[in-house]
Ligand binder design. Structure first.
Ligand code: GDP
Ligand code: GDP
Length: 438
């Protein structure tokens, strides 16, 4: 797995952080109505520049409402220092240098991480002359940008990409199966990590990463596979002021999901399913990760004959798009069924990386078409010529057809289900891409 660098934007309010954020990630921030919250928060998103993927954090979006302004700014700078590989400090060229800018710069100067100074709202050439004052911050050359006009952003991105740590990929290059426990505070994520590690033969615990100080734990599974539990929100940062803010914990969760092969969405059997549970689940799905729904605290629930069925039904109706994900009822406290977790993760990892021969795929397509004829529209019938797998992790298939518009959602869903049944893709999303070929 290649580690993707993280870039954080910091700066006092109104300098234009969210404007620049939107410019940099643009329409790459997906807005999917089914998944409330996350994707619209615009605090964390993926961008790409000259073939380089990166993740962008707008620390200004992590609000600490009850804190005075100066404290908020300090915490945001602290988050940038903790989370990012490259920090972009944004100032406002039209207002000039302010006391708050100096405070932020002095905090940032304490880290060894690369810092890039950008002066926003330099909308025209004359204003570009005024940016030299900003040398006083001690952060090196100020880069003039305009979020309003989109100027200077190419140069800024060049600078950002040039500052990416060189050792990132090699540092994390590691073939172990990575998984994480994701969920709202108090569902039992830390307890699950501890309980899993207690059962396993831990080989390296608490690996301190150099770049982001991630605390991951590696162990060997029953079958001899190396596995790594990825550090998540609420596990590492306990005690930090900003740890319990929802946006921060969501952002940490998204970062952990990005680094995982398989994500365990943790629900609390006692408190049931809340809206917040769905936020990050949608992201894991969109990111194409393997998914297990882990219902924790099963020991604490007063159970009757229908408890399993009732909870399963609830999960299935609240997380419709995750109908491929297995549900595991566990207790971090008693250890109940935790022995099933690693084998399940391994299995899903395999499913997610399964490659199917084209000949087999096309047999399945032919059978599928024979049992359920392709749809027609205005006298034209969908013709499927050929299907081939183009990627793993998640399995991605391209299906060549005569007319893509004839591939209705329901027929696509039908084909996906056929693939799932025959090739056993339990626990992994699969992608089916329709392409026209005359
Ligand atoms: P944030 O609080 O740092 O996230 O700042 P915003 O992105 O919300 O921007 C604050 C205000 O500055 C908004 O009214 C923006 O429209 C405006 N703004 C952002 N970038 C520019 C720019 O390049 N030039 C000008 N003139 N205004 C800008
Ligand atoms: P996190 O915030 O998601 O990391 O949650 P913690 O692991 O800190 O757990 C929150 C609380 O739930 C703690 O008081 C735990 O002791 C309790 N807890 C965690 N797992 C279980 C469980 O399986 N059963 C019961 N009864 N309590 C649990």
């Amino acid at each position: 797995m290649v580690e993707i660098p993280v870039v954080a934007l910091v700066g006092r309010p109104n300098v234009g952080k969210s404007t620049i954020f939107n410019r940099l990630v643009g329409d790459r921030v997906s807005i999917v109505e089914d998944f409330p919250g996350v994707t619209r928060d615009r605090v964390y998103a993926t961008g790409k520049w000259l073939g380089n993927d990166y993740r962008l954090i707008d620390t200004g979006g992590i609000e600490l409402d009850d804190q005075p302004l100066m404290k908020q700014i300090r915490y945001q700078a602290e988050i940038a220092i903790d989370e990012a590989d490259v920090i972009v400090m944004l100032a406002n060229g039209q207002e000039g240098l302010t006391r708050e800018d100096e405070v932020i710069a002095s905090m940032l100067l304490k880290t060894d991480k690369p810092i890039i100074l950008a002066v926003n709202k330099t909308d025209n050439p004359e204003q570009r002359m005024d940016i030299f004052d900003f040398y006083a911050l001690g952060l090196g050359e100020p880069h003039p940008v305009s979020g309003a006009h989109g100027t200077g952003l190419g140069d800024l991105l060049d600078q950002i990409v040039a500052s990416f740590p060189k050792d990132l990929a090699t540092h994390y290059e590691d073939t172990s199966i990575k998984f994480s426990f994701i969920g709202r505070p108090n569902v039992g994520k830390s307890s699950l990590v501890n309980a899993v590690l207690k059962e396993e033969r831990v080989i390296v615990s608490n690996i301190e990463g150099t770049t982001r100080e991630a605390v991951d734990s590696k162990f060997i599974s029953e079958t001899g596979k190396e596995m790594t539990v990825i550090d998540t929100a609420g596990i590492r940062k306990k005690g930090k002021v900003y740890e319990n803010t929802e946006k921060y914990s969501v952002m940490r969760s998204l970062a952990a999901i990005d680094r995982s092969d398989v994500v365990c969405i943790v629900l609390d059997a006692e408190t049931g399913i809340r809206d917040q549970d769905k936020h990050v689940a949608g992201y894991a799905y969109e990111a194409g990760k393997g998914i297990i729904i882990v219902v924790n605290k099963w020991d604490a629930l007063k159970k009757d004959n229908d408890s399993f069925k009732d909870f399963t039904d609830k999960v299935r109706s609240e997380f419709r798009y995750l109908n491929f994900a297995p549900i595991l009822f566990v207790s971090a406290k008693t250890g109940q069924r935790l022995d099933q977790l690693s084998p399940l993760i391994e299995q899903i990892y395999e499913n997610r990386n399964r490659r199917v021969q084209s000949s087999l795929l096309n047999d399945v397509v032919m059978d599928a078409v024979a049992t359920n004829p392709t749809p027609t529209d205005k006298g034209r019938r969908l013709k499927i010529y050929y299907m081939t797998q183009v990627a793993v992790g998640p399995p991605t298939f391209v299906v060549f057809v005569n007319d893509a518009e004839l591939m209705h959602f329901s027929y696509k869903r039908f084909l996906e289900n056929q693939l799932r049944e025959v090739f056993y893709f339990e626990g992994t999303p699969i992608h089916l891409i329709t392409r026209e070929r005359q």
